[in-house]
Design a binder for this molecule. Structure first.
Ligand code: KG4
Ligand code: ZN
Length: 343
């Protein structure tokens, strides 16, 4: 076990777990730059194509890091540590960020810190960027909702998190993306569902509610019910999906949020918590943000919702997680390999 030591002031964060190549610079714990290159190459495929993601990361990583350094006004020689996403994610995508981070740390003779991507999403609440935002008090519940994960996390400190509930099948983001695919919308469908839902009726179509014990979540039944509804609608009334697009989006979004909030409320009660946060790509959803804020008002909770840029995949959250790991002396060896799954 390494002894804790003073945190070097300049941290470079690198993220490459899925379809975003991202780099961020943190100086004295505050974000100086946060650069994200999204990969348009997946749009027409209806989902992320792992091989294409790896190639795009290879193309983007050097320019993205250079831009992050430039925007932060620091030279690479100023860096004190490199923090990178070790996993979970697509292994070929993670390899690009991992190899880059290892090589840079070795060349500059600076420490390396390996970050868990899903835990890092929670760090979105603690990013300081010059804007005044209250940070959640510990312990709090975080609803971590992304394209790959849906978790109820009991956060006791930045380095002490316990997953107390999670999805048994699809993630909430997948429910959005697969629903969008059924409607013929490009990947990622979540933001489009969000947009069309604003002008739709969320009560136009109802779906069976998953009856799962405890804090377990599930979205695969909803996905199937939604696909069936659209298929049958098209059979009976060709053009149904197009004509009902906004109502379908609003109803699907409503069902996803209902399920998330029912489980979050149960977790809050069971664990006697008063503070809740939401993070991950789906936390960018305007319906979820509004309904969580409203529920928090009713229940007397303090609600924390990070700015959009820190909800979807970014490297500021990786650098922030790296900051805490480094403070605790938890460095990674230079031969660290990525992991596709956390456990
Ligand atoms: O956290 P993230 O960027 O990547 C993963 O770690 O998975 O999350 C991506 C997911 C995708 O499923 C995307 O459709 C969803 O977040 N998403 C949204 C919205 N913005 C992104 N889902 C619903 N509404 C949004 N506004
Ligand atoms: Zn993510």
């Amino acid at each position: 076990m390494l002894a804790a030591f003073a945190v070097p002031t300049v941290i470079l964060g690198i993220e490459s777990s899925c379809d975003e190549t991202a780099a961020a610079v943190l100086v004295d714990g505050a974000v100086r730059s946060n650069v994200v290159a999204s990969q348009d190459v997946h749009r027409s495929w209806g989902g992320v194509v792992p091989e294409l993601a790896s190639r795009a990361h290879q193309e983007h990583i050097v320019p993205v890091v250079q831009q992050a350094l430039r925007e932060a006004g620091v030279a690479k020689e100023d860096l004190g540590v490199v923090a990178f996403t070790r996993g979970p994610g697509l292994i070929g995508a993670l390899l690009v960020g991992t190899c880059f981070a290892r090589s840079l740390a070795q060349a500059l003779r600076i420490p390396l810190v390996a970050v868990d991507h899903v835990q890092a999403h929670v760090m979105a609440h603690f990013i300081r960027d010059g804007e005044e935002r209250p940070m959640p008090a510990f312990p709090f519940l975080n609803l971590t909702v992304s394209g790959g994960h849906t978790q109820l996390v009991l956060v006791r400190s930045p380095l002490d998190m316990a997953v107390i509930g999670s999805t048994l099948d699809d993630a909430a983001g997948e429910a959005f993306d697969k629903g969008a695919k059924v409607l013929g919308l490009p990947y990622p469908g979540g933001p489009l569902i969000d947009r069309y839902a604003r002008t739709g009726d969320p009560h136009r179509f109802a779906f069976p509610k998953p009856a799962l014990p405890g804090l377990a979540l599930s979205f695969s039944g909803l996905k199937t019910a939604f696909a069936q509804l659209v298929r049958q609608g098209e059979q009976q009334h060709p053009g149904f999906a197009e004509a009902e697009r906004d109502n379908l989006c609003a109803s699907l979004q409503q069902a996803i949020i209902d399920h998330l909030l029912a489980k979050a409320r149960r977790a809050m009660r069971e664990h006697g918590l008063r503070t809740i946060g939401v993070a991950g790509g789906v936390a960018a959803n305007s319906g979820l943000r509004a309904r969580l804020a409203a529920l928090g008002g009713q229940e007397g909770w303090t609600v924390h919702i990070p700015p959009f840029a820190y909800c979807t995949d970014n490297a500021a959250m990786i650098a922030m997680a790296g900051h805490h790991l480094l403070q605790a002396g938890r460095l990674a060896p230079l031969d660290t390999v990525p992991v596709a799954r956390s456990h």
